[in-house]
Write a protein that binds this ligand. Structure first.
Ligand SMILES: CC(C)(COP(=O)(O)OP(=O)(O)OC[C@H]1O[C@@H](n2cnc3c(N)ncnc32)[C@H](O)[C@@H]1OP(=O)(O)O)[C@@H](O)C(=O)NCCC(=O)NCCS
Length: 148
């Protein structure tokens, strides 16, 4: 089932969940070169991650160039994972990141999902504004990383 298309503006930016608009080259360049969590991620892996994320969102400037991105992986019922959130440096600090996060976590298809999760090194303050809080009991959580 494709996600419900949602579009809104934030100042002069257009926010859109239309995956056809995404600049996958830009997303790959940012994630693999600039991000602290996906350094070196290959283009094919970025493409696959976008393809299999139920919900994606981009922000676009007046020229239509993509300046921000986020995606959400979900079963549409019990669980959702928000990840790969970024705003290009020149466009940060004007509320665009907040608008991006608000739009994706409150998207009508996922707003009633049992629980939404994310991981962040230092941007907790951004997500707290939209109802995220630290895990109640991290000792209940496990992970299974791929062997190196
Ligand atoms: C985090 C990021 C998406 C925020 O985008 P932005 O457009 O600058 O965000 P906003 O202008 O809406 O500001 C968001 C709020 O979160 C706060 N915030 C932003 N980045 C933060 C950070 N790294 N740590 C703590 N707080 C942060 C801001 O101070 C602001 O608070 P305010 O609303 O009380 O003023 C952007 O800085 C970014 O892409 N950073 C690099 C990549 C990254 O860290 N992504 C998040 C991975 S979980």
């Amino acid at each position: 089932m494709p996600a419900t298309l949602l579009e809104r503006t934030h100042g002069t930016y257009l926010l859109s969940t239309d995956r056809g608009r995404l600049d996958r080259g830009l997303i790959h360049r940012y994630l693999s070169n600039e991000s602290y969590w996906a350094k070196g991620r290959e283009r094919a892996k970025v493409d696959r991650s976008i393809e299999h994320s139920y919900l994606v969102i981009g922000a676009y400037d007046v020229d239509g160039a993509q300046v921000a991105f986020a995606r959400m992986v979900t079963d549409l019922a019990t669980w959702a994972w928000l990840c790969d959130v970024f705003v290009l440096p020149h466009h940060q600090g004007t509320g665009l990141g907040s608008a991006l996060v608000e739009t994706i976590v409150e998207h009508p298809d996922v707003v009633d999902v049992g629980r939404q999760f994310l991981a962040t090194a230092d941007a907790h303050g951004l997500y707290v504004k939209f109802g995220f809080r630290v895990l109640d009991d991290p000792s209940r959580w496990m992970q299974r990383p791929q062997p190196a």
